[in-house]
Design a protein around this ligand. Sequence first.
Ligand code: ADE
Ligand code: ZN
Length: 331
Amino acid sequence: MRDFLTRLPKAELHLHIEGTLEPELMFELAERNRVRLPYADVEAVRRAYDFDDLQSFLDLYYQGMGVLQRREDFHELAMAYFRRAHAEGVVHVDLHFDPQAHLARGLPLAVPVEGLYRAMRDAERELGLSTGLILAFLRDRPAEEAMDVLEAASPYWELIDAVGLDSAEMGHPPSKFEAVFRRAKELGLPRVAHAGEEGPPAYIREALDLLEVCRIDHGVRAIEDPELMRRLAAERIPLTVCPLSNLRLRVVRELGELPLPRLLEAGLVLTLNSDDPAYFGGGVLDNYLACQQAFGWDEATFLGLARNALEAAFMPEPRRRELLARLDEMT
Ligand SMILES: Nc1ncnc2[nH]cnc12
Ligand SMILES: [Zn+2]
């Protein structure tokens, strides 16, 4: 099964590029950029990755990314991740990045965008990996700031495949960002949002109705609302679920508690993703393998999940046809 899951052409649709920062690179960049880290060594960093919930993770995540200072750092971060993903059979990545987290540290927007964009082009050329870029707004910061970032990103609108919404969910419903997402729609930008990770099903409804998203990131709490499940299935809204993330952030106590088999039975369009692989103990392949262990899914189920991801990814149609043909060869 490991061999089959490795060969399967997998698309990763829910990945925070800042969440791919491995402790080794964190230390290397800290030294190079003379940033002080509150850890003695790499092992101490890993020991700190014992999270109680989303917020306890976010605190370390925002602190860790402080070592990213120059375009080259973002390029190196992304290339290191693209190489790891490529080695485990990932063929396409839609990556989120958090501009506000970098602007708040005094970096110009050009630094993350241009560093990441160069890595995306290099990954395409060197690894044959296709990529999409999602500019994410931090929902625990003011909506006006998100609007300012969207406008400030005007030189890059052409490079952006979608806008997203992430960070601390509870108390920050999608409705807070209605105007920002309306503006993104006016600009012709597709929209995605984290909803139903820790937040209630009502947040998923708001993301659909007010933000007009084409995908829901996480969305596992849809299981609490049968009417919403029927709607997600009927409208074929993909959920980008992240099993190892849910485990490490204690959304569930064990993977077997995740409602993924019931969501599949109800006809929802699920995809498997890694979220923040450096922090949650594994990439896309590890998430596929963990689900195989937890749910005993067969090859046909994984073929279906991989197909969902290819169909929902931000990629040009000829590329999608090519990848779907590769998938069909395995069927
Ligand atoms: N799992 C997650 N949920 C919300 N915001 C995030 N930012 C990075 N990872 C996240
Ligand atoms: Zn996420």
